[in-house]
Unconditional design. Structure first.
Length: 181
């Protein structure tokens, strides 16, 4: 990790803070989905650490699935063009779907995904995001569950990446500009 930490400008969300966020959200989701047929859908690849830790705090029977989408390529800003790389395997009818996202910034990707999934007759579709950047939003989309807000900086770690790197950092940090510019 020593090599990776040299590329980090500042730690924004510590390992301990991430655990507290997961516990808080997990307890709330447990209350909200009591007596529902919960299907947790992680949006790959960025949500993998968050989804894994969060579901350990959800004290309910649930099913897991994944959806892989792409809108960044190798850049630092969303292209606005959403591509489904891997679709959900489970039929959504009869499920209460909770989409798990690593970060919500422009909102384009999540808007596209939620609109697409609404046609599949789920009982409900809600969004849980670890990080929120509301000042970057270009569509009218509000998540149902938010871990925390972060400044408009390029962040990595705990699943978030730059060019497929830094996902394995145990915290979330802002990446030094010279790395990605």
């Amino acid at each position: 990790m020593a090599q990776l930490i040299n590329d980090i400008n500042e730690i924004l969300v510590s390992k301990e803070e991430l655990d507290a966020i997961n516990k808080r959200l997990g307890e709330q989701i447990t209350k909200d989905y009591k007596d529902k047929n919960l299907l947790v859908v992680g949006i790959l690849k960025g949500s993998i650490y968050f989804m894994t830790d969060l579901t350990r705090y959800i004290d309910l029977p649930l099913k897991l699935d994944f959806l892989a989408v792409s809108s960044y390529g190798g850049g630092t800003r969303s292209s606005g063009i959403v591509k489904i790389v891997k679709d959900i395997d489970i039929e959504l009818e009869g499920y209460d779907v909770l989409l798990i996202e690593d970060i919500l910034d422009s909102g384009r990707t999540l808007q596209y995904v939620t609109e697409m999934l609404k046609t599949r007759r789920a009982n409900s579709i809600k969004v849980c995001t670890l990080l929120d950047k509301p000042e970057r939003r270009v569509v009218d989309l509000k998540p149902d569950y938010i871990g925390c807000s972060v400044p408009d900086e390029f962040v990595v770690g705990y699943g978030l990446d730059y060019d497929q790197k830094y996902r394995n950092l145990p915290y979330i940090g802002s990446l030094k500009r010279e790395i990605y510019e």
